[in-house]
Design a protein around this ligand. Structure first.
Ligand code: MN
Ligand code: MN
Length: 466
């Protein structure tokens, strides 16, 4: 190739995208340290409630304090509001007034899982089980024959709340959903994947040892209920007012002999949540504009509900802040920017048919921007305008963030949504961006360390924008 052609190519065409060729020298150690902290965060917060508790614990360590309506705030202040123990909003007050807008990173901390039904406990075939109702989009066949743990709360009639945790410690017993043996699987094997494991067979095995005498009935059920009563002081009717979530009993770990990836339950969307949160914690000076980190619940079922992104809890938080400076919240929102930080699908060479290679997100190419998500003709997408994408290009390039732009799979292959449209509905300029994930929504998902760290850098750039 002649030098002129080489130069012309460099000037006019896109270059190599692999992040390892573009990563600054000496970034490896910081990336590894960050990912070690992220793994600890994942293992501490496998449900939205546990995640909120961990966020609050870490934020308090960094000097963040609960915000109370009417409190005066000044540049540099570190505040947070916890929404019913299931979502949290944090802010670092900037030097500029709120009338100039805020810089928001919004992610979600709920992940696909199996919730217990209101009447979960039963005995069949002299075995005790818990009935579940899946939460979020799962491929049911992936959730059988893996060790599971149970977390959540039982709210008692007297107003007390009991925390339940079974299976989190390595020595704890685990729960499991059994599956058919291949020897007897001939009929099941003929079924389409989506039908092979019906939702009503996702029952957690809880016990097998009876109490009492031969002539007694429901002896196994009674035995496990007795153990639950001893440990938590609950009776069967208390399941009615409980939120108990079964999640995979796996710890996060490095993947690949080069240790370049992380495997874990719940990367979607704790990988972006942690980046958004940690970047806020690591802001040394007060930012120019107020930096806001929103960690929402209920994204996986449509962002509905009082702890979801559609809830007025966020507007109330922002209104209270704005009121302390005498600024109408609508004037703040119209000048604000939000990075809707949620994971995207990483190109999987095992399943190339569902991706369009020229517009797929790849592992190790950095944070993936998505101008739009949605399905079919962009249905359900916020679809950021070109100017917003240009703003983020400028922001990320200025901060040395490695990024890519992508769609979630081939057109008409499926689709997905995020909290972006609910931020955009508030008249906040919003763009989707997040970490590419392999096996998204599976009990064990994979991300690349480089992408995790670049996403953290990206969040910092959003908060530090002038
Ligand atoms: Mn998500
Ligand atoms: Mn999801």
């Amino acid at each position: 190739m002649s030098d002129t052609i080489k130069e012309l190519k460099k000037e006019l065409l896109s270059g190599n995208k692999n992040g390892y060729d573009r990563m600054p020298q000496g970034q490896s150690a910081a990336m590894e340290a960050y990912c070690a902290d992220y793994k600890a965060f994942l293992d501490a917060g496998k449900t939205e409630r546990l995640c909120v508790a961990e966020v609050v614990r870490l934020a308090e360590q960094r000097g963040y304090r609960p915000y109370v309506r009417g409190m005066a705030v000044q540049a540099g202040d570190k505040i947070y509001v916890c929404n019913r123990g299931k979502a949290v909003m944090l802010a670092r007050i900037g030097k500029a007034p709120l009338s100039e807008g805020v810089q928001i990173a919004a992610a979600h901390i709920d992940s696909p899982r199996l919730d217990l039904k209101p009447n979960p406990l039963y005995e069949d075939g002299e075995l005790a089980y818990l009935k579940t109702h899946y939460y979020g989009g799962i491929r049911k066949y992936q959730w059988v024959t893996i060790p599971m743990e149970l977390h959540g709360v039982v709210a008692l009639k007297n107003g007390d709340t009991v925390s339940v945790s079974i299976g989190a410690d390595p020595d704890d017993p685990k729960l499991v959903i059994t599956d058919l043996l291949p020897h007897l699987g001939a009929e099941q094997n003929k079924k389409p994947l989506a039908e092979a494991v019906p939702a009503e067979t996702l029952n957690l095995l809880l016990g097998s040892r009876p109490i009492g005498d031969e002539e007694d009935t429901s002896r196994v059920k009674l035995a496990v209920m007795q153990m639950l009563h001893e440990k938590y002081g609950i009776v069967e009717d208390d399941f009615t007012s409980a939120e108990l979530e079964a999640v995979p009993a796996v710890r996060s770990c490095d993947i690949g002999i080069d240790r370049s990836m992380i495997g874990a339950y719940g990367h979607d969307d704790r990988v972006c949540s942690y980046a958004a949160f940690r970047a806020l914690m690591d802001l040394e000076e007060a930012p120019v504009k107020t930096a806001v980190c929103v960690l929402a619940d209920k994204e996986e079922i449509g962002s509905e509900g009082v702890t979801g992104m559609q809830s007025a809890a966020f507007d109330t938080f922002m209104e209270d802040l704005c009121q302390s400076q005498g600024v109408p919240v609508r004037a703040c929102f119209e000048r604000s920017f939000c990075l809707s930080a949620d994971v995207t699908a990483a190109f999987d060479p095992n399943f190339p048919d569902v991706f369009e290679r020229r517009n797929a997100a790849y592992l190790n190419r950095g944070i993936g921007l998505c101008k739009y998500t949605g399905a079919r003709g962009k249905s359900g997408a916020s679809d950021a305008d070109a100017e917003t994408v240009a703003y983020v290009r400028r922001l990320f390039d200025g901060a040395g963030v490695i990024w890519q732009i992508a769609e979630l799979g081939k057109v008409d292959a499926g689709g997905g949504g995020t909290v972006a449209m609910y931020m955009a509905d508030r008249n906040i300029t919003t763009l989707d961006a997040g970490v590419p994930v392999l096996s998204m929504h599976a009990p064990f998902e994979v991300v690349s360390k480089l992408d995790c760290y670049e996403t953290y850098k990206a969040m910092k750039a959003v908060y530090q924008a002038q």
